[in-house]
Design a protein around this ligand. Structure first.
Ligand code: VGL
Ligand code: ZN
Length: 209
């Protein structure tokens, strides 16, 4: 594909805490940085997201006495996987990866700010509250999004599924993502994305116009 004015690149959560050594490190998470930089140069519209939780967030295992990271609990809006504390607002771990270096990005969207509700998706919080991203993209004439970043099986997948649900075409740049992949979560995410008509593309097949 060759991106045109109706295409946007969504760069999901490439932040210190998801990189090796971070609080919720994604295996090989740093491997996405170089392909994303190359990809971003081919899109007129680039949107970055930042997981941005208040301290004590409901998705943190530390907020649930007796619970451990990677266990699942039932919250008001449904099942919630519990995570180590990560991407706390204003901390170094919440910063975008320094070498991502995308000064031309149009928008940095923060998500997961509600202390009681998680937001894997860039489009809507887990209780359905919209972030406004669909409106932003629509108003800018975007009809198709290419997703990359971290983690494939959580924030990338949920964002891609919500993009489709909002009427956008969606592709995942596979080599520009990495997964947490616990308990079959990656295979499950790909099954859901494929069923929703979300394509899979290698970033080198996205060419300059
Ligand atoms: C993410 C778990 C918790 C992600 C964010 O960016 O995929 N995963 N918060
Ligand atoms: Zn999070």
């Amino acid at each position: 594909m060759t991106p045109g004015p109706g295409d946007a690149l969504l760069v999901i959560d490439v932040q210190g805490d998801f990189l090796p050594g971070g609080a919720l490190a994604v295996p090989e998470g740093d491997a996405v940085v170089a392909p994303i930089r190359a990809l971003a140069a081919r899109f007129r519209t680039v949107v970055l997201t930042q997981d941005w939780h208040p301290a004590g967030h409901a998705s943190f295992a530390s907020a649930h006495p007796g619970r451990a990271p990677f266990e699942t609990v039932r919250l008001a809006y449904g099942d919630q996987v519990l995570w180590p504390d990560h991407c706390v607002q204003g901390t170094a771990g919440a910063d975008l990866a320094r070498d991502l270096d995308l000064p031309g990005a149009a928008l940095v969207l923060r998500k997961g700010l509600n202390p009681a509700v998680d937001s894997y998706s860039a489009f809507a919080e887990a209780d359905g509250t919209p972030t406004g991203l669909a409106g932003y993209l629509r108003e800018r004439g975007i009809g198709r999004v290419v997703l990359c970043g971290l983690a494939t099986d959580y924030c990338v997948a949920w964002s891609a599924l919500d993009a489709r649900a909002a009427g956008f075409a969606a592709l995942v740049a596979d080599d520009a993502t990495r997964a947490i992949d616990q308990g079959g979560s990656l295979a499950q995410a790909w099954a859901r994305m494929s069923a929703a008509g979300i394509g899979r593309i290698t970033s080198t097949r996205i060419t300059r116009s």
